[in-house]
Design a protein around this ligand. Structure first.
Ligand code: ZN
Length: 293
């Protein structure tokens, strides 16, 4: 209940944050769905499709743009599933791939917040093109999902930096959220670069590399450059919102084809996680036996 109350407070900032998006005015005219329904839950049982592949840590439905605009969405943060992934996956990733002096910046609080604001950020931005190409989803076809996921990730970070500045978020410092975000890219990309989330992660990783938002030393350890990261978050937000608003299919096609791929150096670094037996995902221990029934 305590976490759910925090979530309600942040959702109230959506209209203001929409106005402040780092992009030309014409791409931020839509009003974000205000019936925000954002709560924290503990998972007690997962079955069927939801238990067959990657275990989800947050849910934001429905995906239908019209319903989103008219009614908003319901967002569920699955706190115990997040905690399990943080302990079993994020921490070992930090130990393996982040420079020692920034490992303290990989925190559960930031992991929870980055995931939460990803979901909230789906409500920001633009759902309909500004040039009569219909909805963004229609115009961008098979690339629509990957770009939308990329948007939610990057605008989630934008929201956090804004809310830290407004002192609405009082926990942690911006470095926590950035460093945890970088470690989170290594976590997510291990699900494969072929899914919408995977592609979005690779586009962002390669974009950040281009903008020197992080550095990699000779030991293969990564460090966030705070100043460059802040600039990269703004410019990538602007780029994605512009492509979406223009319904620029060619633009997104080029972006995904050019940078939606795992480079050789990164592949080697990811192999270290494999060698260190860092799990890709968690498995739920649940059901009658666990409950002693
Ligand atoms: Zn998403």
């Amino acid at each position: 209940m305590a976490w759910s109350e925090k979530l309600a407070k942040y959702a109230a900032y959506l209209p203001e944050l929409q106005k402040g998006l780092p992009v030309n005015k014409k791409y931020k005219k839509e009003i974000p769905g205000s019936d925000a329904d954002l709560n924290a839950y503990d998972v007690i049982y997962v079955s069927g499709h939801a238990n067959s592949g990657g275990k989800t840590i947050a849910i934001n439905l429905p995906n239908d743009e019209q319903v989103q605009l008219e009614k908003g969405t319901r967002r569920l943060q699955l706190k115990n599933a997040m905690r399990a992934k943080y302990d079993a996956i994020m921490q070992p990733i930090a130990q393996t791939l982040i420079v020692p002096e920034q490992r303290k910046n990989v925190t559960f609080n930031a992991f929870f917040a980055n995931t939460m604001f990803h979901e909230v950020a789906h409500g920001l931005g633009i759902k309909n093109t500004i040039n009569d190409k219909g909805t963004v989803r229609q115009a961008l076809k098979e690339h629509a999902s990957a770009l939308e996921e990329g948007k939610a990730d990057i605008l989630g970070l934008y929201m956090i930096s804004q809310l830290l500045e407004k002192k609405s978020i009082t926990e942690g410092e911006l470095a926590d959220y950035y460093t945890t975000f970088l470690a989170g890219i290594f976590r997510s990309v291990r699900f494969g670069a072929s899914s919408a989330h995977g592609k979005a992660n690779m586009v962002r990783f390669n974009y950040f590399a281009d903008k020197n938002a992080f550095t990699r030393n000779e030991q293969g350890l990564y460090a966030v450059n705070m100043e460059n990261m802040a600039k990269a978050v703004d410019s990538l937000s602007s780029l994605i919102l512009t492509i979406q608003g223009n319904g620029d299919y060619e633009g997104v096609h080029k972006l995904v084809n050019d940078s939606g791929i795992i480079g050789e150096v990164l592949a080697q670094d990811l192999a270290k996680l494999e060698a260190g037996n860092v799990p890709v995902d968690i498995v739920f221990e649940q059901g009658k036996k666990v409950l002693g029934l």
